[in-house]
Design a binder for this molecule. Sequence first.
Ligand code: AP5
Length: 209
Amino acid sequence: MNIILFGPPGVGKGTQAKLLIEKLNIPQISTGDILRQAISNKTELGLEAKSYMDKGDLVPDEIVNGLVKLRLSEKDCENGFILDGYPRTLQQANILDENLKEINKKIEYVISLELDDSLIVERITGRRTSKKTGKIYHIKYNPPIDENEEDLIQRDDDTEEVVKQRLDNYHNQTEPILAYYNSHNIVSSVNSDDSVENILSNILKILGK
Ligand code: AP5
């Protein structure tokens, strides 16, 4: 099953992807996570990506397209994958299709998670991630049982100012590509102003699970 989890920053793509990995037994490919890993490894690519990410801007297409192409060629993607945060521009969507065609694959489902911008800011500024496990928490909606045990960190781009820039970029550059996928009749919308469990169950219904 080849899936794109689509939607604005902070809508819950990462949260749902982590649950879907267990249900579907296919990997999550998060371009944000791959780029953050490169930053933490202090690679040249990571340093370049950081200059864009800290401002809430998109990293250039050539960089992310190359990373995803490489990741899709790995063995664990043979039976499917969940793309989270990619594609984000029409150019990325076109290159993705070309790359998948080369390996006789195509996107089967685009799950579009929807949430009002006003709720997004609260979700993102309250997000904390466990340094130990990578688990995603929220200080109000999903706090960890033991904060000290988890070693929680806040992402550098999760400030109110940067979130506004990320939302602008989403509406201007990313949201328009839904029309491209709509023309292939593979888009299903899911209301993200709901519990994590209900959203998961709605996604699984769409996937026929
Ligand atoms: P990326 O890491 O992809 O960030 P994003 O798309 O902005 O998405 P987020 O990770 O912020 O949110 P999410 O939807 O995963 O929400 P989450 O589940 O964590 O990208 C970061 C940057 O990298 C970009 O700005 C760009 O610079 C660069 N980049 C990445 N991909 C790129 C690409 N393809 N091209 C170019 N540049 C790229 O949930 C958020 C919070 O809400 C959490 O605290 C969670 O606990 C809480 N929550 C989740 N679900 C619920 C619920 N149902 N109810 C209440 N709270 C909830």
